[in-house]
Design a protein around this ligand. Structure first.
Ligand code: 4AZ
Length: 249
């Protein structure tokens, strides 16, 4: 996160670290991406975070990456689902969304605590200019190795036509993506934040409105962060979570 501040304990309890190692190896797990707890046994992340032949685990309820906080939960991933239409070009990433099924009995994987809670899904698009929050352990303006303590920053939802202007991203933006941040630069997500949350307040609840996806570097003028539009994938999320996500009534 560029232009971020340290997160306080329990402030972003749906944030997880997605960690991998080569399948079957004795190497330690390594943080690769963020993720978002959307049900006890389900983590939403970016499609590009799901690589073949890796063992995956998630770290929940910890602000520190190197030394899990008291009350942290480390949960193995039983199954990783990458969107079937995931596509990567040199310029952009399309349908950049995936789901991680945690190991445990249905409904009893991550334990809800003060530091571990699920985020809601959005039920409609929000207006341009809405202030939302991003978070992660990714690269900062100080270090491209990232931050050991979870960082957060506020960003604004940017109009799609504005973000599709030639000086910004031109015609590569798809309708399953949106831009957020500041065209003047400075505050942004970055490498290592991918897969993590962009949450906004909707109906007095925090909803996971975007998933950190890509961008032309970080914090640059006219190159805001690009996020997967979660509202575009609501049916896909419901269809792939085995009934674990209840619909709003
Ligand atoms: C990345 O490489 C990445 N500024 C993630 C987010 C952004 C840029 C790059 C957005 O994972």
């Amino acid at each position: 996160i560029f232009g971020g501040l340290k997160v306080s304990p329990g402030a972003i309890p749906w944030q997880v670290s997605v960690q991998v190692k080569p399948k079957g190896s004795s190497l330690p797990f390594n943080h690769v991406c963020g993720g978002i707890l959307i049900a006890s046994c389900w983590v939403l992340t970016a499609g590009h975070c799901i690589e073949p032949n890796k063992d995956i685990q998630v770290l929940a309820g910890s602000l520190s990456l190197s030394k899990p906080d008291l009350g942290a939960q480390i949960i193995p991933v039983q199954k990783a689902i990458k969107h079937a239409n995931y596509r990567e070009t040199s310029a952009a990433v399309y349908n950049d969304i995936g789901l991680l099924k945690l190991s445990g009995n249905p409904g009893f994987c991550a334990n809800e605590t003060q530091f571990v809670k699920t985020a809601c899904l959005p039920n409609a698009q929000l207006p341009d200019g809405t202030e939302c929050k991003i978070s992660g352990w990714g690269a900062t303006e100080q270090s491209n190795l990232g931050s050991n303590h979870l960082l957060e920053a506020n960003v604004l939802l940017i109009n799609q036509e504005k973000c599709s202007e030639p000086v910004v991203y031109g015609n590569i933006l798809g309708n399953s993506m949106f831009c957020a941040g500041y065209l003047e630069g400075g505050v942004d997500s970055c490498q290592g934040d991918s897969g993590g949350p962009l949450t906004c307040v909707q109906n007095n609840a925090n909803v996971v409105y975007g998933v950190v996806s890509w961008g032309d570097q970080c914090g640059k003028k006219n190159k805001p962060g690009v996020y997967t539009q979660v509202t575009h994938f609501l049916d896909w999320i419901r269809a792939n979570t085995e009934g674990a996500i209840s619909s709003a009534t």
